[in-house]
Design a protein around this ligand. Structure first.
Ligand SMILES: Cc1cc2nc3c(=O)[nH]c(=O)nc-3n(C[C@H](O)[C@H](O)[C@H](O)COP(=O)(O)O)c2cc1C
Length: 188
């Protein structure tokens, strides 16, 4: 079986966002592995407006070029690592909007999470797990939670504790295992 393609999704879009540095850190660690291929997927590059598709995503009949481009990217991937901050105890609106645009492109795939915030972004990821269940995405247990107080300087400069790296490894191990299992389901 060919290597899994795993997208590391940058879950915030605001100027000066911390998610970008976190996602690059995850990508650099992931690239050291040879059991999957990893790419950064930046929501900003897709410039999705607030959902403007006339038909439900479950029909897969997309009208807009931005939706088609987003669908092609997510459809090309076997699994995901969501890098997400916590906004008001939940998922950033830009990330939820991007998820809502699609349906079949998410189905029967696996996902892991790298989150950050004052409480490690834990509350955003709890919401993400519910949303992913509706998308038929299997979310792995291992989770990387970064603290705004100890993994960043002045809440801005990303300096992750070295102890965080093994958590990335475990999370990726699980995403690759479940991503591979679900790929066999999709090929049936
Ligand atoms: C709209 C907004 C709401 C936020 N709400 C929370 C929150 O509920 N809990 C938390 O831990 N941090 C919260 N924060 C702080 C973010 O975790 C922190 O600013 C983080 O850097 C945001 O990610 P970003 O820089 O990638 O946008 C919030 C930030 C913003 C912009």
């Amino acid at each position: 079986m060919s290597k899994l393609k795993i997208g590391i999704i940058i879950g915030s879009t605001r100027p000066g966002r911390n998610a970008e540095a976190v996602a690059h850190w995850v990508h650099e660690l992931a690239k050291k592995r040879d059991d999957a291929e990893f790419e950064l997927v930046d929501l900003k590059d897709f410039a999705l407006p607030m959902l403007d598709e006339p038909l439900p995503a479950s029909l897969g009949q997309y009208a807009n070029p931005h939706t088609k481009a987003w669908a092609a990217k997510i459809g090309s991937l076997d699994a995901f690592v969501f890098v997400t901050p916590e906004y008001n105890h939940g998922v950033p609106g830009a990330l939820k909007n991007a998820i809502d645009y699609l349906f079949g492109e998410w189905n029967n795939k696996a996902a892991g999470f790298v989150s950050f915030g004052s409480a490690g972004g834990a509350r955003a990821v709890e919401q993400m797990r519910l949303i992913m269940a509706e998308m038929q995405v299997a979310t792995v247990r291992a989770q990387v939670m970064l603290s705004l107080f100890t993994d960043f300087e002045n809440f801005r400069t990303f300096k992750p504790g070295a102890f965080q790296e093994p958590y990335i490894t475990t999370m990726l191990d699980q995403v690759i295992a479940w991503g591979g299992a679900l790929k066999t389901l999709r090929s049936k």
